[in-house]
Design a protein around this ligand. Sequence first.
Ligand SMILES: Nc1ncnc2c1ncn2[C@@H]1O[C@H](COP(=O)(O)OP(=O)(O)O)[C@@H](O)[C@H]1O
Ligand SMILES: [Mg+2]
Length: 268
Amino acid sequence: MDAIAKNHSLSFSLLSEHNTNKGISILRVVNLTKRFDDLTILENFNLTVSPNGFTVLIGPSGCGKSTLFDLLTGVVPKDNGAITWNQHRVDHVGRNAAYMQQKDLLLPWFSLLENAMLPARIGKADRVKSEIKARGLFERLGLAGFENYRPDKVSGGMRQRCALVRTLMFEYDLVLLDEPLSALDAITRYSLQSLLLLLQSDFGKSILMITHDIEEALLLADELIVLTSAPMRIRRRFTLASPKPRRMNDPFLIDLKEHVLELLQEDL
Ligand SMILES: Nc1ncnc2c1ncn2[C@@H]1O[C@H](COP(=O)(O)OP(=O)(O)O)[C@@H](O)[C@H]1O
Ligand SMILES: [Mg+2]
């Protein structure tokens, strides 16, 4: 065990790839393998996501993180391996997971409210009920009064809030977030991080998030997974037990940040 683990053995535990969480899982990936021509992106990749957990993936650019999400959602077919959803084997979790990316993917010709209600419209949900739900979420996420604005008339932070409302309009237990805040300025990002915590605490979602921002990872994660470059493997898995919201002035987080940075630099 390295020094940081000894120093903070009460605060977090280190688990190797072969000693992943054996408890109950909402999502489990076993020996997932994917190649693009000669390039092996994933080879026997394993991952477990706990119900109502906040799992954060951090790794070098191009290591295969977004590809993992494409495989999970069925956008790209896997070559090999298994995905289980609530202990049942599935081809992908595209129908069980909401997916939010760096680009907000709002439709420019629709208002924010209409954008947020798109999933309900596609799913043929009751329009009145879904509008009540969307308006409630606009209120909750600080967008009240902006329902009829078009996306190009509001800030990047507000567009991402709207995308978050849309994510919550899906009645899905799992939310996949692929660097959702990385295009935003630091202050906006900070306020949206608090909203991401609400997804877990108030809406009961399980979250699997990709980020390249170590501080963001440390502030949000229950499980922090540091990845290697392609073919992507789990380099180290940390369980962070400290309560949220967290602040980066916590000495434990400051030490852990250094440690994660070292792990990531080993791969450069
Ligand atoms: N559809 C595809 N066809 C060919 N190569 C791809 C495709 N999607 C991703 N790749 C390659 O796979 C590697 C991993 O990409 P990606 O998963 O986007 O990385 P990350 O999200 O970790 O930055 C990159 O080298 C990328 O060029
Ligand atoms: Mg990516």
